[in-house]
Design a protein around this ligand. Structure first.
Ligand SMILES: Cc1cc2nc3c(=O)[nH]c(=O)nc-3n(C[C@H](O)[C@H](O)[C@H](O)COP(=O)(O)OP(=O)(O)OC[C@H]3O[C@@H](n4cnc5c(N)ncnc54)[C@H](O)[C@@H]3O)c2cc1C
Length: 404
């Protein structure tokens, strides 16, 4: 037990974390906020702003510094996601897909050769990456994936299949694919009939890798690009296989824990912004000769949002503190915090719209965009129903977790 437990701020546990938050907050107010409304309206991904994140070391925050990264931890990931999502959750989603789904995955599981070759490019922003797991016919039921790979006699792998809903899959409207895809494909079946999954690093320019379509007209997260990717006799050399063939379930499961924490931290940023907007507005707006914050029903919106926001903040940073990026073992809380936080953020955004009345319903006042963005968090990285299923299963095998 440390002596400073009474003064510890769980969301900023060290000076390094506090400085990171301050730096990202400054960047968000100077660079992210001014462009958020326009890029949301136009459904465009701001690639040039995205690449500048590399200048401040954010594009591989958990990557060891020897490979060009920030050398930080899951708490740092949560801080960045919270701060970016305070202003522009879609921009943050692109960041999450790159930093947490692709870059961190490689840093944790890649060989020294793969890391030396690729990490400096993705950490600097020269390359933009994505992670492709979901398919047109298989999302939650991921182990039923149909994308498959066969190794030829010359050692190269041939991949066929389609991946759906891939954030950063296309980086522009002309169908330019991501520079690198962390791709999961089926390479066999184990004796119990379960899929054996292998990770491939597919690079732009490799034969047979292309964008099927950029998905448009999304409800929210409109400033992040979502695409279908096509792999048609795509040839990938053996040096681009991560780990041993057939053993990537562990990469997938471990990374999902960070992804879920990251999405919950996004929900936290949305909640803080919505609470701030509704709180300020409730003081300024008058009706019936009084400030609307004097009405009990408005007080309920603010009071409940504050309590839920505070509970979420504690749960997010308590979970972040426990995540060791090199190991799995936090599924209960990474599912739990995402299950709790994402729906709460949608409710807080909804209340903010309600408190602002008609003004809450238009883009300029931000909260309608945050409400639309919050909805995605209940689907991406695992649906609410998936989290409920996982938690119920884990509490059956580990009931002791309740009494800890
Ligand atoms: C904007 C956006 C960005 C995304 N980015 C990425 C990305 O970068 N990479 C990637 O790989 N994927 C990405 N996804 C895909 C996302 O992870 C999937 O949409 C999600 O996992 C759900 O899969 P699905 O859409 O196929 O729905 P399904 O799995 O078909 O689910 C449909 C419904 O059935 C329910 N359901 C399914 N199985 C069960 C069950 N056993 N018990 C109870 N209910 C169940 C679900 O909860 C849901 O309500 C993204 C999705 C979106 C919308």
């Amino acid at each position: 037990m440390t002596d400073d437990w009474r003064t510890l701020d769980i969301a900023n546990p060290t000076d390094e974390h506090s400085m990171l938050r301050e730096m990202v907050r400054g960047f968000v107010s100077a660079e992210v906020e001014p462009q958020a409304l326009e890029f949301n309206r136009d459904e465009k991904f701001n690639t040039s702003l995205f690449r500048t994140l590399g200048d401040s070391g954010l594009l591989g925050i958990s990557v060891p510094s020897e490979y060009g990264g920030g050398g930080m931890d899951a708490t740092a990931v949560a801080i960045i996601n919270e701060e970016l999502s305070y202003s522009d959750p879609a921009f943050c989603l692109a960041y999450l897909a790159h930093d947490q789904l692709m870059v961190n995955n490689l840093a944790q599981n890649g060989s020294h050769e793969q890391k030396s070759r690729i990490l400096p490019k993705v950490c600097s922003g020269e390359w933009i990456g994505c992670m492709a797991m979901s398919e047109p016919d298989h999302g939650t039921d991921v182990m039923a994936m149909e994308t498959h790979a066969i190794q030829r006699d010359d050692g190269n792998w041939v991949i066929n299949g389609r991946k759906m809903w891939i954030t950063n899959g296309a980086i522009d409207d002309s169908g330019t694919p991501a520079d690198i895809v962390w791709l999961y494909a089926r390479t066999g079946t184990d004796p119990k009939g379960r899929a054996e999954i292998t990770t491939f690093l597919v690079e732009k320019g490799m034969d047979g890798y292309s964008v099927g379509q950029k998905i448009i007209d999304k409800l929210g997260m409109r400033a992040s690009n979502t695409a279908e990717l096509v792999f048609e006799d795509c040839i990938v050399p053996p040096e681009n296989v991560v780990g041993s063939p057939g053993e990537s379930m562990s990469h997938m499961m471990r990374n999902l824990e960070l992804e879920r924490l990251g999405l919950a931290a996004m929900a936290l940023g949305i909640s803080r912004r919505c609470l701030s907007v509704m709180n300020n507005y409730a003081s300024e707006r008058k009706a019936f000769g009084r400030s609307i914050r004097e009405f009990g029903q408005i007080q309920r919106h603010i009071g409940e949002s504050w309590a839920e926001y505070r509970a979420m903040r504690s749960y997010v940073y308590d979970t972040a503190r426990q995540i060791d990026l090199s190991k799995s073992g936090n599924r209960l809380d990474s599912d739990g915090v995402k299950l709790f936080g994402t729906t709460i953020s949608k409710h807080i955004a909804d209340r903010a719209i309600q408190v602002l009345g008609g003004y809450g319903y238009v883009g300029e006042y931000i909260v309608e965009r945050l409400w639309r963005d919050a909805k995605l968090l209940e689907i991406g990285g695992g649906t609410l129903e998936g989290h409920q299923k996982n938690i119920a299963r884990d509490l059956k095998t580990s009931p002791g977790a309740i009494e800890r």
